[in-house]
Design a protein around this ligand. Structure first.
Ligand SMILES: Nc1ncnc2c1ncn2[C@@H]1O[C@H](COP(=O)(O)OP(=O)(O)OP(=O)(O)O)[C@@H](O)[C@H]1O
Ligand SMILES: [Mg+2]
Length: 389
């Protein structure tokens, strides 16, 4: 339990030393009493020490209590203020109440009445401050909730639309796959006629077919992801995952006139996960690298190292790099620095989610003008593919 030893504070503002000292004597056992002999010093004391109650004389030379009250209320609306009035000054006292004083007491005051007022009004200030603090916290909480809800709603809408999109996409994909099969058969028939070119054409067709299957798998995964079902994890050999990845990004590299370098030492590692999801995660990282480099001089290095029951796949580019601000925000949903229509700001969100679902981590280092390295570290289930089979 936390005990507060702080006593309530009372500020007395009165030009008469007699009143100040008698109030100090009366209140000092239960309160911290501070005194000021004029309005200006009183207002300053109130600003510095935030009293729970101010007892202020109305009649003072220079600025009087009514002016003092205006200044005090302008700087703090919550502290309780009791005015001390002379005999027969009812109208002034009533004006003070209109201006925001909480009560008034005639001089000379009755000590037990003053003690009970002090207790009542210090508690009132305390409760008022608590109420305002709680209200502010509630408002903060409320605006945070509204923001969260808006973000969730946007994601829910996106989820629904993309599930429908994924569903519809599978139909034309099936049709294209059917035609690829027919083309494959036609090609086999024309084998003699084509000679050497047959092998190359068959290779191209195989790549197209594999990628179509990938699209189909992705569409299905996407639909399931919306239902909260991310599919069954299976042993995924890192080598085959990288092979598929390279195959899927090579045409993009060629189109963007970017050089790709590889160094793969996967150690035959196997990840327990989803092949299509992992390819999708790293594909997003590589797409960002492609967007960041300059055509003709852009180089992207893909490395894969196995050590200590982890594989680390690193994608390093010599592109624009990121400022600390972009680096801090890059994983936020919908955050993009790309022109409208080019980026949705979801690539890193997708990659991050997939890597997390596989028990892995993503680290990013970047410097403006020199490039970026994204490291995807994933736990492996076995040191060797052959050990599994
Ligand atoms: N390798 C990189 N080099 C420079 N900036 C990067 C790199 N990777 C990410 N970024 C920055 O992070 C931002 C967010 O990336 P993210 O992949 O989430 O969205 P996007 O690429 O803009 O759009 P999307 O991937 O949805 O098409 C990018 O707009 C870019 O500013
Ligand atoms: Mg991206």
């Amino acid at each position: 339990m936390v005990c507060s030893t702080e006593r309530p504070k009372i500020l007395v503002i009165d030009d008469e030393i007699g009143t100040r000292e008698s109030l100090r004597f009366l209140l000092k056992n239960d309160y911290d009493v501070i005194c000021a002999d004029c309005v200006d010093r009183g207002v300053q004391q109130a600003r510095e020490s935030h009293p729970d109650l101010i007892i202020m004389d109305i009649r003072m030379p220079g600025k009087n209590g009514i002016q003092g009250l205006r200044e005090l209320r302008a700087q703090d609306a919550l502290t309780s203020v009791i005015m001390l009035t002379g005999f027969g000054a009812l109208e002034t006292a009533q004006e003070a109440i209109r201006l925001g004083a909480n009560d008034y007491v005639n001089k000379p005051f009755d000590t037990s009445a003053m003690l009970s007022l002090a207790s009542r009004f210090t508690q009132r200030s305390h409760m008022e401050r608590k109420r305002v603090r709680m209200l502010r916290e509630l408002q903060d909480m409320n605006s945070r909730l509204v923001e969260d809800l808006a973000a969730k709603e946007r994601l829910a809408n996106l989820g629904q639309t993309s599930a429908e999109f994924a569903h519809d996409l599978r139909n034309p994909l099936m049709i294209v796959m059917g035609y690829i099969n027919m083309l494959d058969q036609q090609l086999a028939k024309a084998r003699d006629m084509l000679g050497n070119e047959f092998e190359q054409a068959a290779d191209y067709l195989e790549v197209i077919e594999k990628n179509l299957h990938r699209c189909y798998d992705l569409a299905q995964l996407w639909q399931n992801a919306n239902k909260g079902d991310l599919g069954q994890f299976k042993p995924v050999p890192v080598a085959s995952m990288i092979e598929d990845l390279v195959m899927s990004v090579e045409p993009l590299m060629a189109a963007a006139d970017v050089t790709m370098e590889y160094s793969i030492e996967d150690g035959g590692a196997v990840i327990n996960g989803s092949h299509a999801q992992l390819v999708r995660a790293i594909h997003n990282v590589i797409s960002n690298a492609i967007d960041a480099v300059t055509p003709g001089v852009g180089v992207i290095r893909l490395s894969c190292i196995y050590s200590d029951s982890f594989v680390e796949i690193k994608v390093t580019d010599n592109g624009s790099g990121m400022s600390p601000e972009v680096l801090k925000r890059m994983f936020e949903p919908y955050y993009t620095t790309k022109p409208k229509g080019k980026g949705t700001g979801l690539g890193t969100v997708i990659a991050h989610r997939i890597v997390e679902e596989h028990g892995g981590t993503i680290t990013v280092t970047s410097a403006v003008g020199s490039g970026t390295t994204v490291g995807v570290k994933l736990p492996v289930m076995s040191e060797s593919v052959s050990a599994l089979s």
